[in-house]
Design a protein around this ligand. Sequence first.
Ligand code: 13P
Length: 336
Amino acid sequence: MSDNLYNVAIALGAPGRGILAADESTGTIKKRFDSIGAESTEDSRRDYREMLFRTGAMADHISGVILFDETLRQNAADGTPLVNIIQEQGSIPGIKVDKGAHALAGFPNEKITEGLDGLRERLQEYHKLGARFAKWRAVIDINDDIPSETCVKANAHALARYAALCQEMDIVPIVEPEILMDGSHTAEQCFAVTEYALKCLYDEMFTQQVFLEGTVLKPNMVVSGKKCKEQASVEEVAELTIQCLKRAVPSAVPSVVFLSGGQSDIDATAHLNAMNAGFDLPWQLSFSYGRALQSAPLKAWSGKSENTEAGMDAFAHRAKMNGLATLGEWSADLEK
Ligand code: 13P
């Protein structure tokens, strides 16, 4: 079993490839569809995701796809299970298993991710449906007096418990402690909170005997808050992020795949490229982007079947650019 876990964790971060996060909940995908004036129905969600999964560039650049429960069970328009289409592209199907971030009792403005109850049984079913890895996202916000130690530790505990349950079912856990970039904090503040959250996470992973070689970390990059007046440069983000990860992430973890978290498409690619081009790294460093891979194809598609080709082209381009960034071979010129 541990060989399987390790092989999947390595494959997910393989050089030149990365993960497509297409696991938006029904509420979130509706918001994305609203932004392009498309109606969100079971069929339209299927059509949109089928377009992504059938894109040729998937085979070269997408190592795995994180799905929402509905999509894992859904068939393409011609009746083929969407999971089969992903597998035929040589990509691994995964599943989001958390039940979202909810108010943390006693700690205003802080959140705890729920979903541990009944998780063992759900994982059993997800494995039967083809999922070989899973995702759980914790959400940590930075403001004057948050995050609290309680919030960071409660979320680390839940992440480690989820990870242990996944491995029991031969499913690779992606652990995602996301420090949000919404505030006005500096990159240095983001560094301090990220380092603390990662150290708490790996402390809990050790306590709960999680097999690190069979896990994947999905962290935020160390960036300035969106409302911070002094934005860190690409070089600064790369340097701070690598320094932070080197302090806190054991080299036993095979793959580290970043979330995009609201960065522009180009920033997310440029940052990843700078890290892979300029540093000696103990882990494979790749991407697990939602918005930074999907905003361009979503816009190009705009809910119209006649735009399917354009949507595929837009997705292929971002997948290729980010694939190059995992090799440190991307440059801004290639965006033209
Ligand atoms: P973003 O890249 O849009 O942050 O999404 C990644 C993800 O899966 C968040 O859980």
